[in-house]
Every structure is written in C-alpha cells, then in structure tokens.
Design a protein around this ligand. Structure first.
Ligand SMILES: CC(C)(COP(=O)(O)OP(=O)(O)OC[C@H]1O[C@@H](n2cnc3c(N)ncnc32)[C@H](O)[C@@H]1OP(=O)(O)O)[C@@H](O)C(=O)NCCC(=O)NCCS
Length: 165
C-alpha cells in the first residue's frame, strides 16, 4: 500500500532566476528571442518542481505562452517559478517573467506560463510527489486556479481521444 507523502508549502520550491539579455540572445530588432525566454521558463520551472518533489522531473507540457512585451539587449530578466498544485505524480508550476531596465529600475511584465512536470522514479516511471499545501490567500487562489486548469486539460485530452475513435 502506498503512503501519502507529507505536503509542502509552495514557498519550499519558490525559485527566482535573474538573467541579462546578451546580444547573442537578440533578434534583428535588438530584443530577445522568444525561444530564449522559453528556455529560462523551462529551467526555472524544472528547478521549482525538482525542489518540491526532490526527485528527477521532466516537462510534460507547457500551456499557452503569451509574450506581452519585448525585452531589450542589456536589460535584466527575472524569472519566478512556484509549484501551484500537485496531482499524484504531476505538478503544475506557474512562471512569471518580468524585465528590468537596469538604469531606471522600472519593471515590466514580459510573460506568464503554466507548465506541468512529472516526478520520475529511478526507472524513469512516473512516481508520487508531495501534495501542495497552500498557505496565503494568493497561494490558495493559485492552487484553485491550477486545479481548474488541470481539469480542463484532462477534459480536452479526453475529448480529443474520444474524437479519434
Ligand atoms: C511526462 C511522461 C513521464 C508521462 O508519462 P505517462 O506514461 O504518460 O504517465 P501517466 O499517463 O501515468 O501520467 C502521469 C502524470 O502525468 C500527467 N501527464 C501526462 N501527460 C501530460 C501532459 N501532456 N500534460 C500534462 N500532464 C500530463 C498525468 O495527468 C499524470 O498526472 P497525475 O499522476 O498527477 O494524475 C512521459 O510522457 C514522458 O516521459 N514524456 C517526455 C518528457 C520529456 O522528455 N520532456 C522534455 C524534456 S525534459
């Protein structure tokens, strides 16, 4: 019989990375490539999920990702990731990206993404992860929102499966 793992606060896995946009990260307009931000989002998300699960994790999916503002070469980029919700073996991680003008200190929202990571055992099979124990009102809202997104993902996957039969 499997034992339930002790729950963890989202604070335990909260992760912040800060990067600087280098000329090699930029397009012809002098702003960052979307793929570079996607890579940082995936890395920050994987660190947060790994801290929550304390095991190897893989990215199962990334929900729609919208870039709401460009980021210029020389600006700083802050990538914040936190585990919002955990199922049996999967975790939803929310990632928020903000850019910082290094001269003025002004911050701009750049992108938000939700990713699902799965914890794996030593044989590479999905393995149980601790539940998330939200504490603050904000964490509780994120937990409830993540639960709805998970239900909606599962419903869509089921509908697509059924439409192929
Ligand atoms: C992710 C992966 C381990 C899932 O394996 P699987 O055999 O489909 O596992 P299961 O069907 O038992 O699902 C395991 C969990 O993953 C979730 N899951 C599976 N595919 C998913 C997807 N596309 N999106 C979101 N969640 C997903 C399931 O809902 C389940 O969650 P739960 O245990 O919390 O209820 C497998 O598809 C895989 O290895 N994919 C490649 C991962 C990878 O290489 N990523 C990029 C490099 S890191």
């Amino acid at each position: 019989m499997s034992k339930t793992l002790p729950g963890k606060s989202p604070q335990v896995s909260a992760t912040t990375m800060t990067e600087i946009v280098l000329p090699s990260d930029a397009n012809a307009l002098g702003t960052i490539f979307g793929g570079k931000i996607m890579a940082w989002i995936d890395i920050a998300g994987a660190i947060a999920a790994g801290r929550h699960a304390r095991r190897v994790v893989v990215t199962a999916s990334i929900d729609a990702l919208h870039f709401v503002a460009p980021v210029k070469v020389g600006h700083n980029v802050h990538i914040k990731a936190m585990v919002n919700f955990a199922g049996k073996t999967s975790m939803e991680v929310g990632v928020r990206v903000d850019s910082e003008n290094p001269i003025t200190g002004d911050l701009s929202h750049t992108a938000t993404a939700y990713l699902t990571f799965v914890g794996l055992d030593d044989h590479g099979r999905p393995s149980p992860v601790p539940p998330v124990l939200p504490e603050t009102p904000e964490e509780k809202r994120r937990f409830e929102d993540a639960k709805k997104r998970r239900e909606s993902r599962m419903r869509l996957a089921e509908e697509l499966r059924a439409s192929k039969v």
